[in-house]
Design a binder for this molecule. Structure first.
Ligand SMILES: Cc1ncc(COP(=O)(O)O)c(C=O)c1O
Length: 373
């Protein structure tokens, strides 16, 4: 058996007529730039996430870069974030000559250690950039408490967090990205809500920030050819919006299927002493966008999975503080020992809604066989 890490063609074939029709309708109309499907998707996401404003942009990276620009994460100002994340969570700050200030991660959740944030706040600090990743949101109660006491802006990187909710399921829940000043989603194809290409979205409850985001995605124009700021050319593509509208219809079912696979992995692998799972902390609804384990002899296990034609991924093999592009920040190996250790032990197993039970069982059987060798 061969198990791919991700295979978009399965969903496409299941719903081929719907996808083809949606794409064809854009081609027929020719409304490629900010067509009505973009506004429709923004409305649907506002409803789904219970947020006042949503602004579709070209990628999650652009969403972070634009939001950072608007929030003043720039010009030598400091923004506190995690070193154990995708590059874009910190490059959005340094792009505007702001300074990412890293703090180590929690060894059980692999997310930012909220107890280490406040000691880094100084007169130059303007923001906190929590990342909701590894299936759970960062502790937004503590983050908002620190932000409010020090008057900091909060940009939630919810690129991997579509569907995650803080404080449970009731009417009081808050969707990821809706608690800080801005939140951003990525619609990269593998994401929980993923398109057929790049795409992203900025969400906010603040009317003024939303208006700025709308202007910034069209070069900073307040009306056509009248520019209040120097902005970006970053619109969510109408073709992507038309695909995402279909994906959004089935999102709850897709999340449930991901959960089922995650549960199977946990059931089958819980007796394997060589493996640890991350812990979900805080009262929240997690979403299994990825399924990570900490594995003894990780690199050998990865080679064994590859030999057996099982896809895997490593998020992230090198923390950001030791990346060449951030050498000017002055960090060195040893500064964030938890992030550095987890980077050597973590490995992600295949998980996507169309992955079959047989495939997940096979992955578990092979992992167990590896450790019995
Ligand atoms: C945590 C995180 N932030 C930001 C991004 C950037 O999103 P995109 O790939 O859509 O630019 C990603 C996804 O790749 C991500 O995982």
């Amino acid at each position: 058996m061969k198990v791919k890490f991700y295979d978009s063609s399965r969903e496409y074939h299941e719903k081929k007529d719907e996808f083809n029709q949606a794409i064809q309708s854009v081609l027929e109309k020719g409304n490629f730039i900010l067509g009505n499907q973009v506004a429709e998707l923004e409305n649907e996401i506002q409803n789904y996430c219970q947020v006042n404003y949503a602004v579709g942009v070209a990628s999650g990276t652009d969403a972070l870069t634009i939001a950072s620009d608007i929030l003043g994460f720039s010009d030598g100002k400091e923004v506190i974030t995690s070193p154990f994340t995708f590059l874009a969570s910190a490059s959005c700050i340094s792009k505007h000559k702001g300074r990412p200030v890293f703090v180590d991660i929690d060894e059980e959740t692999f997310g930012i250690d909220v107890n280490k944030i406040e000691e880094k706040v100084n007169a130059n600090t303007v923001g906190i950039l929590p990342i909701h990743l590894f299936n759970q949101m960062a502790d937004m109660d503590q983050i908002m408490d620190i932000a409010n006491r020090h008057q900091l802006r909060v940009l939630e990187d919810a690129a991997e967090a579509f569907g995650m909710r803080w404080k449970g399921k009731g009417s009081e829940y808050k969707h990821s990205g809706t608690i800080g000043d801005f939140g951003v989603f990525s619609f990269f194809p593998t994401k929980t809500l993923g398109g057929y290409g790049d795409g992203g979205m900025i969400i906010t409850n603040n009317a003024e920030l939303a208006q700025k985001a709308k202007q910034y995605r069209v070069h900073g124009a307040s009306k056509k050819y009248f520019y209040d700021n120097v902005g970006y050319n970053s619109r969510l593509d109408t073709l992507q919006a038309s695909v995402l509208l279909i994906k959004l219809k089935y999102i709850d079912e897709a999340i449930r299927k991901r959960e089922k696979i995650a549960q199977l992995y946990m059931d089958r692998l819980s007796d394997c002493e060589n493996i640890k799972f991350p812990k979900i902390k805080g009262e929240q609804k997690s979403v299994y966008y990825v399924f990570n384990i900490l594995a003894e002899r990780r690199d050998e296990l990865a080679a064994y999975l590859a030999e057996n034609e099982i896809g895997y991924s490593i998020y992230y093999p090198r923390p950001l503080h030791v990346q060449t592009c951030f050498k000017d920040l002055g960090y060195k190996k040893g500064d964030f020992p938890v992030a550095e250790r987890i980077a050597n032990e973590i490995i992600a197993l295949p998980i996507y809604p169309e992955l079959t039970t047989d495939e997940a069982e096979y992955v578990c059987a092979k992992i167990k066989a590896f450790y019995k060798k």
